[in-house]
Design a protein around this ligand. Sequence first.
Ligand SMILES: Cc1ncc(C[n+]2csc(CCOP(=O)(O)OP(=O)(O)O)c2C)c(N)n1
Length: 322
Amino acid sequence: MLSDIKLPADLRALPIEALPQVCSELRQEIIREMANNPGHFASSLGVVELTVALHYVFNTPHDRIVWDVGHQAAGHKILTGRRDAFPTYRHLGGLRPFPSPDESEYDTFACGHASNSISAALGMAVANELKVKVLKGENVKDERKVVAVIGDGSMSGGLAFEGLNNASSTPNNLLIILNDNNMSIDRSVGGMKHYLHQLHTSSLYNKVRFRLANGLVRLGMLSDNRRQKILRFNNSLKSLLVGQQNIFEGLNIRYFGPVDGHNVIELVNTLRQIKDMKGPKLLHLHTVKGKGFKAAEKNPTVFHAPGKYDPETGKRLEDIQN
Ligand SMILES: Cc1ncc(C[n+]2csc(CCOP(=O)(O)OP(=O)(O)O)c2C)c(N)n1
């Protein structure tokens, strides 16, 4: 299937049932390619399903995906017209290690630095809101969705808080995806790690609230302005009911999850449900760093950037030489 996917539009033409197979092929491709063209490996394996789901649900490159650091974007490169060039990955004059707008229109931001994706994506989302406002009634087909993908390690960096802080107080429809694998390069440390571990929502509560709000909007009884006020009330109610404060909802960013980041069908369905919601929102995923490659799952720190390895056994070249 992968050889028929030249661009994400080809992926979007497939039925949803085909996606698990696409994920499996994409994962094998990354494992094969990176064995000889080493780079950031385990993080890319962990977001295979997310990468496929994002390009399936969103109209890329018109819609914008901003990857934090960009070290997890191997699958994104392969799905966005760079599969044939992948053997040049990280070679002089070849594909760059991270997304770069100079390389592809699917790369929205020059990556490398941790923790800045929310701020970068917010700038794009706010610009879009302004454009839509100015063009209202004339030509709003330029409206675009913007998604920031950030890991739990990068979420603990100060710059991420600057992004969250601004996202909560500027008109925008940004979607933040928190890819929580409980790992930075090494094990995540600090208060954020513990906080995210116990963070959850009542899925029944979320479902009821979502259906009720949609029903009221359809009946013309809920404007966006009133929705904001009700949201604040709901957040307080939820904190009371589930005995938990949600830091994101405290900042007026709607929280969804946690969702299994390796169930591509569930991911697609969740993204479809929330992508058109107004206002900033965050989807919390649980994933496994190195997913689908035994050696990397077992030792994700070493396989963050393992150098060359045997794609069958997982033995690193360095280990073999030793
Ligand atoms: C400003 C800055 N500090 C440190 C780094 C080094 N660094 C590379 S990836 C990473 C964090 C990786 O953890 P996470 O964001 O959770 O992504 P994961 O690899 O777990 O998917 C860091 C700190 C960096 N790229 N930029």
